[in-house]
Design a protein around this ligand. Sequence first.
Ligand code: B12
Ligand code: SF4
Ligand code: SF4
Length: 416
Amino acid sequence: MVPGEGLAAELRAKAAELALAAIGFAAASPMEGTRRVIEQRKAAGLDAGMQFTYRSPNRSTDPGRALPGAVSLVVGAWPYRPLRTSGGEPSEPGPAEHHGPRPGRPLATVARYAQHDHYADLRAALGVLAAMLRARGWHTRVLVDDNALVDRAAAHRAGLGWFGKNCNILLPGRGSFFVLGSVVTDAPLPTGDPVPDGCGGCRRCHVACPTGALVGPGVLDARKCLAWLLQAPGPFPFEYREALGGRIYGCDDCQTSCPVNKRATRGTTPPGTQAPAAAATAGPRDTSEVDLLELLSMTDAELLQRYGRWYIPNRDPRYLRRNALVALGNVALPGDAGAEAALLSYLQHPDSLLRAHAVWAALRLGRGDLVDATQVGAAEARPAIQQELQRRHEVVTRQPGSRRAPADLPSGAESV
Ligand code: B12
Ligand code: SF4
Ligand code: SF4
């Protein structure tokens, strides 16, 4: 019997009980190849100054730095599915996943992984496996979405899935709507075999990306990726504001366009793609649709209370408001009285970053009159505002009643 096989079987049985979609085992030796890739991406500027695992590649690719004497990784995948507040098939885009204006209050899109704290669910499940190991005398450390370990590389090594051309780890037949994490341990365990590539000639995710951020198979240029730009400090880049649509956190287009995900979420649900019962009902802190006007009227404390589990640069709620202003410009109906009131208020906001984004949103809605009425340009000469005004003619104004349907965004081909 391979050392650790009995223990591995017990861990697998417990993982199934805990509703983990998959677990696998891998050696905890340094991930030299991954470290080299991170360094190459940094050298090429593709990291856009992100920190996370990029801050210290030697550390994030060496599990032994997280747990001295580490021998194995127990890698787990936790499924996530969209949580609906207004019904609808989970496999189809919900109302807020349409990035165009709709009647009623303007709603924003939150990426599926961030609608509920799936990381907490995964961490709890891996915590139970870690406790089993500790009860047998082994040492453990649970790492979920932690800067100390590159989770996808661990999952790939453990044989959970293959690296898709959209960068994500896809579980065979089940796709990529999973978050990943590991228990680092000094227990010897049998290791998994790599899963062969399942993308073949497909490149729909590359076609679907609204900003062309996938610059090679499995290579992402974070400077163009909406998921990163929504988390990055500073102004939201002018050239990607239209492409942002109604998103305020995360982006799913390179996953929703993927035929493996489409197949996995269509019709009968294969085991492991169904969100566990505990996560299937929206809880008070779950967020599938965000009312933009409500968000823009909330205090700092309220914003952090509701969205504090998201990654927000410097924990500063101004960045949630910045994202919401761009989204408002993209999804509100140009005649919306609530949007007008919010813009009037933000055009006079003490924070010039927010005033600047309010200028853009007003122009996008064809409401240059609001900008002129509040005399934003005349009132002061902050560079951020002046820049917005100088690019005034470049803002593509939406016509009253115009609809920017998802079809207007570059999209992948239909599902197969
Ligand atoms: C930084 C980060 C980001 C950044 C950069 C993402 C990136 N692609 O590097 C931003 C903010 C943009 C981001 C976005 C998202 N992220 Co993120 N992110 C991370 C984080 C913190 C580190 C990732 C990392 O270290 N990348 C380093 C680079 C070098 O790794 P890589 O891109 O995977 O590169 C590998 C491949 O290129 C592969 N490779 C080598 N040669 C070849 C050749 C071919 C042909 C192929 C296909 C691959 C391949 O080897 C490389 C090294 O391992 C992890 C959590 C963690 N601690 O690991 C989550 C994580 C990767 N993110 C996750 C998620 C869910 C997302 C989003 C889907 C969220 C969303 N909906 O908005 C998007 C997806 C964007 C995308 N297409 O990648 C999940 C991924 C789950 C999965 N099933 O894969 C993770 C693992 C979080 C978690 N714990 O679950 N993320
Ligand atoms: S998350 Fe969005 S912007 Fe980033 S690579 Fe995927 S589709 Fe492109
Ligand atoms: S869309 Fe196609 S190329 Fe992209 S990850 Fe899915 S199967 Fe692979």
